[in-house]
Design a protein around this ligand. Sequence first.
Ligand SMILES: Cc1cc2nc3c(=O)[nH]c(=O)nc-3n(C[C@H](O)[C@H](O)[C@H](O)COP(=O)(O)OP(=O)(O)OC[C@H]3O[C@@H](n4cnc5c(N)ncnc54)[C@H](O)[C@@H]3O)c2cc1C
Length: 406
Amino acid sequence: MSHVLVVGSGIVGLAVAARLAARGDQVTVLDKEDGLALHQTGRNSGVVHSGLYYPPGSLKATMAAAGTRSLTAYARERGVPVEICGKLVVATSERELPGLEKLADRAVANGVPARRLTPAEAREYEPHVRAVGALRVESTGIVDYPGVCRALAADVEAAGGSVVLGEEVLAARTVPDRPGARGRVEVRTDKADREVDALVVCAGLHADRIARACGLEPEARIVPFRGEYFELTPEAGEQVRGLIYPVPDPRFPFLGVHLTRGIEGHVHAGPNAVLALAREGYTWRDVSPGDMADALGWPGLWRLAARNLVPGAAEVGRSLSTHAFARSLSRLVPGITAGDLVPAPAGVRAQALRRDGGLVDDFLVQTTARQVHVLNAPSPAATASLEIARHIVEQLDATLPLEHAA
Ligand SMILES: Cc1cc2nc3c(=O)[nH]c(=O)nc-3n(C[C@H](O)[C@H](O)[C@H](O)COP(=O)(O)OP(=O)(O)OC[C@H]3O[C@@H](n4cnc5c(N)ncnc54)[C@H](O)[C@@H]3O)c2cc1C
C-alpha cells in the first residue's frame, strides 16, 4: 500500500483517487478551491462524447469510446443523472458536405455508431434545424459531471481516503530510493509540508506550472481558451430537442458553437473559443498580468496566433457581440435570434501548446520518479476520465516498481 497525494478535485483527479483508493492505497486529494470541480469539470458542456472526431488510434479516440461506456455505467450505478440521447451533426451548406463525409468515415474508423441522414430525416430528429445533410450519432449523451465528481469523492472517502479542500500545492520534490531507504515525495502547500510515497497532479489550467515546480520540464505550456455560453429562453429552447453540432472548421481545434439540451433540461448555446486574459479568466474583466506574461512569453502562442488570425478574429467578434453569436447559432436553427440568448457562466479550457505553435492534440501525461503529471486533458477528458485514470495508475505503478513488486 502506498500513500498517494492527488492534486486536483476535477473529474480526472477524483477518478484517479477513486481508483487508487479502491485497490487499497491510502489517498489524499488536495484542491486549492473550497468546493469540488469548480474549474473545467464544473463549467463544461456536460456532454458524454462518443469519440467521433479524434484521429483513429489516438488516446482521445479509444478512451472516449470506452469512456462513454464506463462513465455511463458508473453514473447509472451511483444514481447520477445521465442519458444517452444521441446527437446530430449538421452541414448547413454544400461547402460543408465533404467535411461531413470525412466525419462519417472517421466514425467508421473509430467504431462509433453513426448514420448519414438526408435533410428530411434530420428534421425528424430536430424539426427546426437547417441542414443540407446530417450525421446521426447514437452513442453521445449528457450527464451531470459535478454529480459524478461528488460520487467519486464519496467513493474515495468510503475507502478510507480524504478529500481536502482549500489547500494549494506550491511545489514538490522526489527524494530518490537509496539502498535501505525507500524514496518519497516531499510536498509543500500553502498550509503544510507533507510527505507521501507518490504524487499525481491533475491540475488542469495550472498543470505545466506545477510540473515545473515539481522538477519536470514540460514540453508544452497551458494556454487558456475561454468558452462562453448562453442559455436559450424557455420559448426559444422549444426549437431544440437534443444536441445539434456544426461540422467543425478543420482550421480550428474546437468543435464550434453548438446547441445542447443539458441533463437539467435547459438548452445551452456555445462555447466559442477566445484566448483568456487569465488562466481562470471567466470574463474579459479577469486579467492576470502574470498569466498574460507567461502566455505571451511562449513562442508557441505567437506562432498559433499567426496561423489562426481569421478564425481567431471571428471568435473574438462572437465574444463581443451577442448578435454575432446568435448568427452562428441561426446557421443551425434559423429561428434563433439575439433576443433568445441569456448569458450563462463561461468555462476555460486548459490546452497545451508546443513551442512550435502546434496544439498538443492528444492527452499527455509525463512521469518522473514517484510522480505523474497530467499535462493535457482537454475535451473529451471528462467523458474519458475513468479510462484516463486507469492509464495514469499504470504509469504511476511504473514509477513505483519496488513497492508494487513486493
Ligand atoms: C467550455 C468547456 C466545455 C467542455 N465540454 C466538455 C464536454 O462536454 N465533454 C467532455 O468530455 N469534456 C468537456 N470539456 C473538457 C473537460 O471539462 C475537461 O477535459 C476535464 O474537466 C478536465 O478535468 P481535470 O480534472 O483535468 O481539470 P479541472 O476540472 O480543471 O480540475 C483541476 C483542479 O485542479 C485544482 N488545482 C489547480 N492547481 C492547484 C494547486 N496548485 N493546488 C491544488 N489544487 C489545484 C483546480 O482548483 C481544479 O479543481 C470541456 C471543457 C471546457 C472548458
